[in-house]
Design a protein around this ligand. Structure first.
Ligand code: KIV
Ligand code: ZN
Length: 515
């Protein structure tokens, strides 16, 4: 018997990016979109084209370059947004305009300051406008779970009549409880006469920690599209974690009975890429992709797993592309050993890339006796950051002098535009402060450091330090990450990463204004 399909809609690049400080450059979004295509998602929501020049460019690039999945852009139910969504999407192989408008009384009265009839008229008009551009139109009644069901039915019927091909039920504020959400979905199917003409979708937020449970409850009673973000990132407490929904559907196929088009072996790598680009760490106990998700600590569990893996493992870690046994490399390891281990971790490198990474690996192996998989992941993340196109300034050297009787002083040299070398020095109230001040003297873009986190990648004193920072400029947050066995160098790299991102995003905005 052929199983029915559930369609996977990824919104990491739109709702995921709304997580505080998770801003991504258009190039970074394209990189994630390419990996989402490999994962096999059906729809990628590439951005909200009318919201900023950077989003417009990201949607346009992804629409042109990522051909297999449907590419969607979000649009408020206003003509300018719908028109801009289409403008950005028109190069896509399969474009979708996603129109949204609030439907709950709380939003209609306090935010829109309209009446219910006006909202229906506006939604219908904008769905029709979107259909004038493309055949695939999704409509979302925002705050659906706090909307009076009888009104929701009328609104949905009207937008389907107007041409919506997918109707999405968002639990915008993460308010729903699984049984109640399932009942709402059942009510929609029983009371919206033309519901069979559209695909029913759900989009859940995680304010009560129920986003995945609500999504699964909805699928069980008839939703056939589910929206979410990798690692569950997103506005406030985040969106439903897509990897958790996917693995629930796969692992409990006996219960759900659905298929997806997903290649689950891509999940682990994609999770790390999203974490690396957004600077949102994955907590160790996170389901599916956390570092402890497949680690057995208790003796009884270890004994069971050694005898028979399924005693305590409901999923095979290899099914999500988990790198497997932690083979440790060291300074005597050669290129072939490094290549083999990186391939196990999911990285396919050209000879030229391997040569560069090998040099970095040798430097690390000289400082650390054992180079673990976690170190290699950090090395590859550093390599990725060093080779993206949007770098204006590169850190060449950093040197600090500090101690309990010294004024912390830093000298930095940066390679800047047109390959010019800039050198400057500064003092500060600590070595990191001195480094950041010296960098500021060169780059000349003042910003405020609002977050600084350092963690050790492995447990020893010779471990690699992983620094994540956020800087704020003009009310916007920019994330930076850097790794090194020297925490001052890691801090400098993280700052350069955040500054380059800030400059790249400002650049997109300036180009858009002058263009
Ligand atoms: O949470 C929400 O309501 C949304 C809509 C725009 C779909 O993200
Ligand atoms: Zn949302």
């Amino acid at each position: 018997m052929t199983k029915e399909r559930v369609y996977i809609f990824d919104t990491t690049l739109r709702d995921g990016e709304q997580a505080a400080g998770a801003g991504m450059t258009p190039d970074e979004k394209l990189e994630i979109a390419r990996r989402l295509e490999l994962l096999g998602v059906d729809i990628i929501e590439a951005g909200f084209a009318a919201s900023s020049p950077g989003d417009f460019q990201a949607v346009q690039n992804i629409a042109r370059e990522v051909r297999k999945p449907t590419i969607a852009s979000l649009a408020r139910a206003v003509p300018r947004d719908v028109d801009m969504a289409w403008e950005a999407l028109k190069g896509a192989a399969q474009p979708r305009i996603h129109v949204f408008l609030s439907s709950s009384d709380i939003h209609i009265m306090h935010q829109l300051r309209k009446n219910r009839e006006e909202v229906i008229e506006q939604a219908v008009a904008m769905v029709k406008r979107a259909r004038g551009y493309c055949e695939d139109v999704e409509f979302s009644p925002m705050d659906a779970t706090r909307t009076r069901p009888e009104y929701l039915y009328i609104l949905l019927q009207a937008v389907i009549d107007a041409g919506a091909t997918t109707v999405n039920i968002p639990d915008t504020v993460g308010y729903a409880i699984p049984e109640e959400f399932a009942a709402l979905l059942r009510g929609i199917q029983e009371n919206v006469a033309n519901i069979h003409k559209a695909r029913l979708s759900v989009h859940c937020h995680n304010d009560l920690g129920l986003a995945v449970a609500n999504s699964l409850a909805a699928i069980k009673v008839g939703a056939r599209q589910v929206e979410g973000c990798i690692n569950g990132i997103g506005e406030r407490a985040g969106n439903a974690a897509l990897e958790e929904i996917i693995l629930s559907l796969h692992t409990r196929r006996d219960f759900f009975g659905f298929t997806t088009g997903i290649d689950t072996t891509q999940i682990f790598r994609l999770s790390r890429l999203v974490s690396d680009i957004t600077g949102m760490p994955v907590q160790p106990n996170k389901a599916i992709v956390g570092l402890n998700a497949f680690r057995h600590a208790s003796g009884i569990h270890q004994d069971g797993v050694i005898k028979e893996r399924t005693t305590y493992e409901i999923m095979d870690p290899r099914s999500i592309g988990w790198p497997g046994s932690a083979l440790v490399l060291g300074k005597l390891s050669g290129r072939a050993g490094l290549r083999a281990r990186l391939e196990d971790l999911g990285y396919k490198l050209t000879q030229e890339e391997l040569d560069r990474v090998f040099e970095e690996f040798k430097l690390l192996a000289d400082k650390k006796r054992e180079v673990t998989d976690e170190d290699l992941e950090a090395l590859m993340a550093e390599h990725r950051r060093a080779t993206v196109e949007t770098i204006t300034y590169r850190l060449e050297h950093v040197q600090v002098s500090c101690g309990d009787h010294e004024i912390p002083t830093a000298t930095v040299s940066l390679r800047g535009p047109e390959d010019r070398l800039y050198v400057d020095a500064a003092t500060g109230n600590g070595p990191v402060d001195a480094v950041y001040k010296a960098i500021n003297r060169i780059v000349g873009v003042p910003s405020k450091l609002v977050e600084f986190n350092i963690r050790s990648i492995t447990e020893t004193t010779e471990a690699v330090g992983d620094v994540t920072i956020r800087i704020e400029k003009d009310g916007k947050l920019y994330t930076g990450r850097g790794t090194s066995t020297d925490i001052i160098v890691a801090s400098a790299k993280a700052y350069m990463n955040a500054l380059n991102r800030l400059l790249a995003m400002q650049d997109v905005a300036t180009q858009a204004k002058s263009g």
